[in-house]
Ligand binder design. Structure first.
Ligand SMILES: [Zn+2]
Length: 243
């Protein structure tokens, strides 16, 4: 592997452009240059799952530049990152190159196994040969912030009650929602000269938030800026986050 030819962190992590091949001339609002291009990379990423499971990956990240692709792996038993790099041949897409990288790493693993080395030792030895000390281990851990999942009406409800979304993430949200309701109801209560319609809205908003409290749903904000990320627990790849 051509691992020493690359400086870390992996240069020029891509901003806009096709998430699968990097092509810059894509239609506004689109994330891929074509359906086929996306499919090809998704296929190569699925192919990588066999290797990642063999290596006991907890997290992995896939990124590419004009000249290289890189697969960073953090195994469950270490906080070090091993980087597998492969040079892109001319005319080879990141997806094609990733496939070559996977086959080569797989071959290395089988070669070790054929020398009567145990499965886990073969995996450990491949990872150790490719450790890249200069990469910050946090850089491939996806953001695990839990984002509240709200309906459009519930989002409006939050606004009417003047509650920030962060309150639902970090705060004692049951208490905060009650507090916000009492505060806003006081302001808009018709008996105290408030706006009757607004008072109804506040009550409706409160009901909607009580619904959410009964069964609070969150979605995890999986993904890394600029590169594809893999989570070993779910065995799934997530596309890069928009920057
Ligand atoms: Zn593309």
């Amino acid at each position: 592997m051509h691992k020493k030819q690359i400086v870390s962190p992996f240069p020029e992590r891509r901003k806009r452009g096709c998430l699968a091949c990097g092509a810059e001339d894509i239609k506004p609002g689109r994330r891929y240059c074509s359906k086929q291009c996306r499919q090809k990379l998704i296929w190569a990423l699925s192919l990588s799952k066999g290797l990642l499971q063999t290596l006991n990956a907890r997290y992995a990240a896939f990124s590419f530049t004009e000249h290289f692709v890189a697969l960073d792996v953090m195994p469950t038993w270490s906080i070090r990152i091993s980087r597998f790099v492969y040079k892109r041949k001319s005319g080879y897409s990141p997806a094609n190159t990733l496939k070559e990288l996977i086959l080569e790493a797989g071959n290395e693993w089988y070669n070790k196994r054929s020398r009567r080395i145990s499965r886990s030792f073969a995996s450990q030895s491949i990872l150790e040969e490719n450790i890249e000390y200069s990469i910050n281990p946090d850089s491939i851990k996806p953001n695990t912030n839990m984002i509240p999942k709200l309906s459009a009406d519930q989002k409006k409800g939050l606004k009417h009650l003047n509650i920030h979304l962060n309150t639902l993430i970090f705060g004692d949200y049951v208490r905060e929602i009650k507090k916000a309701y009492r505060r806003m109801a006081k302001v808009y209560h018709p008996d105290k000269g408030g706006d009757g319609d607004m008072f109804k809205e506040i009550n409706r908003a409160h009901e909607l938030m009580l619904q959410w409290i009964e069964d609070p749903k969150f979605r995890s904000n999986n993904g890394l800026p600029g590169c594809w990320s893999y989570n070993g627990y779910t065995n799934r790849w997530s596309p890069p986050l928009w920057q």
